[in-house]
Every structure is written in C-alpha cells, then in structure tokens.
Ligand binder design. Structure first.
Ligand SMILES: [Zn+2]
Length: 143
C-alpha cells in the first residue's frame, strides 16, 4: 500500500511547489538549465502576460499553448505527469523559459488590453489546448 501511505504523508515534507519556487528563483539554476527545446521557447516572444493580479502567463507553442503561474504551475502534460505526479526534481522547460524570458525582456504584456477577458483565455487554453483569441491578438500586434 505504498500509494496510500504516500498520499497521507504530510504535504510539507516534500511539497513540490516549495522546491519549484526555490529552483526557479535561483538565477544560476535557471541559466544552466538544459533542455532540447529551451532555445526555441525563447524565440519570438512566446510568453504573453495575460493578467497581472493574479499573475498569469500563456506560452504560445508551436501546436499548443500553456497557462503558467510563475515559479508555481504550468498546464503542460510534462508538468502534470512528472513534476506533480512523479515529483521529479526539476520543472518543465516552459517554467524555466519564463524566468529567462522575463530576465531578458523577451515577453509581451497584454494584461491591460485583455482586462476581464483573461479568464476566457485561460479556459480556452485548458479546454482546447490553445487560445485562438490570444493568437489572433498576438498576430495583430506583430503586423
Ligand atoms: Zn510546462
């Protein structure tokens, strides 16, 4: 009954979000993080802030988008399965990329423009895998 025992273990003992927050606040950790897709993640301002309070970002990927809360959460499958589920000791590359993108200013801020529409964008990403509305807005901003 390993599963049952681990599920009743006190949450503070190895609480994933504490470790994540610590790692992602560590500049050295973030800058030395290696992942085959990290360079791609930093190309073309894929990180869009859609809300300031609470702070919510969307990563616009090649095929799908992800909702991110800095140093805490990403809606990708790797985060769900490996970081939360298997308690892997390292975050997904989207969360690391967000830290790097913020440090280098390679981000977009649509939080003011979106205003009350931010929850709709989040819902769209979580239910459909991407936000058509956000992608249209970003494309318009580029032209
Ligand atoms: Zn992720």
């Amino acid at each position: 009954m390993v599963g049952l025992r681990s599920s009743v273990r006190p949450a503070r003992e190895d609480y994933t979000s504490d470790r994540l927050s610590h790692q992602l606040s560590d500049v050295e950790y973030v800058e030395s993080f290696e992942h085959p897709r990290i360079a791609e993640a930093l190309q073309g301002a894929r990180y869009v802030r859609i809300s300031r309070e609470p702070e919510i970002w969307v990563y616009i990927g090649r095929n799908e988008d992800h909702v991110l809360v800095p140093r805490l959460y990403c809606s990708c499958l790797d985060f769900l399965v490996n970081v939360v589920g298997r308690r892997r000791g390292s975050p997904c590359y989207h969360l690391v990329g967000l830290e790097l993108a913020r440090r280098s200013g390679r981000t977009r801020d649509l939080s003011k423009k979106l205003g009350e529409k931010a929850p709709t964008i989040v819902l769209e990403v979580l239910t459909r895998g991407f936000s058509g509305a956000l992608r249209r807005l970003v494309a318009r901003g580029q032209s």
